[in-house]
Design a protein around this ligand. Structure first.
Ligand code: GCO
Ligand code: MG
Length: 402
């Protein structure tokens, strides 16, 4: 069997997605997600111009070799654009391997380690009172883990609070929207939110909170300490993680568990965080960290150091990434949680899939391969629309992390 063709499909069914479809000379094909929010066309060009011409004629069964070829062969290693492009190829090749074997990919990865993949949903609202009713809705739907974000009194906009109730889409304008941030207002408010949430929902609902890289280590340490009475499952992205040793300071001060990794693209971005046990959950996922092949390597390293998985699953990661993540989630020994932000109906129609939500779990389904497809005719009806993530400034106008 040989790779006959690879197509890059860019579509915008309510938001932009880039998908790679690899077709073999025997007609079997596989799909991989290549979406990098706000920088979609950079990956599309990387694939079209530099990767696709090197794939034709290769044996699709040689997943590891093709991964090494694209990683080492480019000379320029790592980085989100390169690693997202490699991820797309890798994911599509696993899909093909599963279809050829007649097995769902999780079976090729060692089989089930659990019955289903526990997911967390997003409760977000302007005020504490309205976030309580959002959480109640998730509990009714069967979720056992909920991420909680609210507006901050004194600030007009806050990361994580959507305009739409069920769907969250931060990439809302071609030229980035500008948000304003105050750490003082934030640190004062968040513990009040979680005090109310615990009072209302009791001790066992798993609660999470995303700081979105907005604090310094000592500020994050204060936040973690102030949240200890409400025993969160995790405090996410407390600080920007370019400086991995920054997490040591947070760790020394608080027992609130720490999760990080959605912007990481390789094992090297989290090596120190994992081996020094500075984090509890690693949140990299298939599309941005080199596909199933590389992500499994990250999770295996994490497993040695009591770090569990908590993969990113926002709506800007396509259903193709979600399907791939679920196969890995089901098979690894150190699974923690999987983020699950529902896609819109239009997105789901473009990407018909076998995975399903039931009682707080996602199940990848039993179809051979990943159990995911792209309806190319439908996709063609939704052309790309430029959309950027917002930027963030302090009240005095200084650029801050979004
Ligand atoms: C999350 C994330 C997202 C990101 C988005 C960026 O935890 O789900 O922080 O909401 O902001 O995926 O593209
Ligand atoms: Mg996040």
């Amino acid at each position: 069997m040989k790779i006959a063709e690879a197509r890059v499909i860019v579509t915008c069914p309510d938001r932009n997605f880039v998908t790679l479809k690899i077709v073999t000379d025997e007609g079997v094909y596989g799909v991989g997600d290549a979406t990098l929010n706000g920088r979609e066309l950079a990956v599309a060009a990387y694939l079209t111009e530099h990767v696709v011409p090197q794939l034709t004629g290769r044996d699709p069964a040689r997943i590891e070799d093709i991964w090494q070829y694209l990683y080492k062969g480019a000379y320029w290693r790592r980085g989100p654009v390169t690693m997202t492009a490699i991820a797309a190829v890798d994911t599509a090749l696993w899909d093909i391997k599963g279809k050829v074997a007649g097995l769902p990919v999780y079976q090729l990865l060692g089989g089930r380690s659990r019955d289903g993949v526990t997911v967390y949903g997003h409760a977000n609202a302007d005020s504490i009172e309205s976030v309580l009713s959002e959480i109640a809705d998730y509990v009714k739907l069967g979720y056992r883990a909920v991420r909680v974000q609210t507006g901050i009194p004194g600030l007009e906009s806050t990361y994580g609070v959507s305009k739409d109730r069920m769907f969250y889409e931060p990439a809302d304008a071609a030229v980035p929207t500008e948000n304003v941030w105050s750490t003082a207002h934030y640190l004062d408010h968040v513990p009040r939110v979680f005090a109310r949430v615990r009072e209302e929902f009791g001790p066992t609902l798993q609660l999470l909170h995303d700081v979105h890289h907005r604090l310094t280590p000592i500020e994050a340490a204060r936040l973690g300490k102030s949240l200890e009475p409400y025993h969160l499952t995790w405090m996410e992205d407390p600080v920007p993680a370019e400086l991995q040793e920054g997490f040591r300071l947070i760790r020394q001060h608080t027992t609130t568990p720490i999760a990080v990794g959605e912007v990481f693209s390789s094992i090297w971005d989290c090596q120190q965080l994992i081996t020094e046990q500075l984090i509890d959950y690693i949140r990299t996922t298939v599309v941005h960290a080199g596909g199933i092949t590389h992500l499994r390597r990250i999770f295996d390293l994490a497993n040695l150091y009591h770090v569990r998985s908590g993969s990113h699953g926002a709506t800007d990661l396509s259903p193709v990434c979600m399907a791939a993540a679920l196969h890995l989630d089901l098979s690894i020994p150190n699974f923690g949680l999987q983020e699950y932000m529902r896609h819109t109906e239009t997105t789901d129609a473009v990407f018909p899939h076998g995975y399903r939500f039931e009682g707080g779990y996602l199940h990848p389904g039993e179809e051979p391969g990943l159990g995911i497809d792209i309806d190319e005719d439908l996709a063609a009806r939704y052309p790309y629309r430029a959309a950027s993530l917002p930027v963030n400034r302090l009240q005095d106008g200084t650029m801050h992390s979004w």
